[in-house]
Write a protein that binds this ligand. Sequence first.
Ligand code: FE2
Length: 159
Amino acid sequence: MTAFFDNRAEQDATAIPVMRRLHAVRLALCDRLEAIADSLPNDLDRRECLVSARALGPRFFSIHRFEEQRIFPLFCARLGHSEEAQAIVERLKNEHVEDEGYATELREALRTVARAGRAENSETLGFMLRGFFGAVRRHVAFEQDHMLAVLGNETELEA
Ligand SMILES: [Fe+2]
């Protein structure tokens, strides 16, 4: 039994730095998407569109699953499964679902643009890009302020 708990604590301790790295990955993707938005309508880089489209696929979804399976339960447990903790987790899960829907649409739009070499409607693509990376940046900032602030501090104290 003790071995299980030791191992579990170890797993929890490694999950938090992984989440920090995954945040950095998502923020880097947001920067790429912003650069694409800034390059509209005449300076589009087809390769950048393809690379970003690829990053919006299963890899993007798997980050959400990691958070939901490894981090959110940890957060709820640390806050004694309070109503507030559960409301925060519910909000973040809903944002994951929304972001996955937008990621799928944006992925398709970027592939189309990469194939054609130009955007059929630059304004629409710009709007999609800015809406998406704005939402993802807000989501990451919220997780950092409300989740990692709690989990990070406690991990440092335990270390
Ligand atoms: Fe998240």
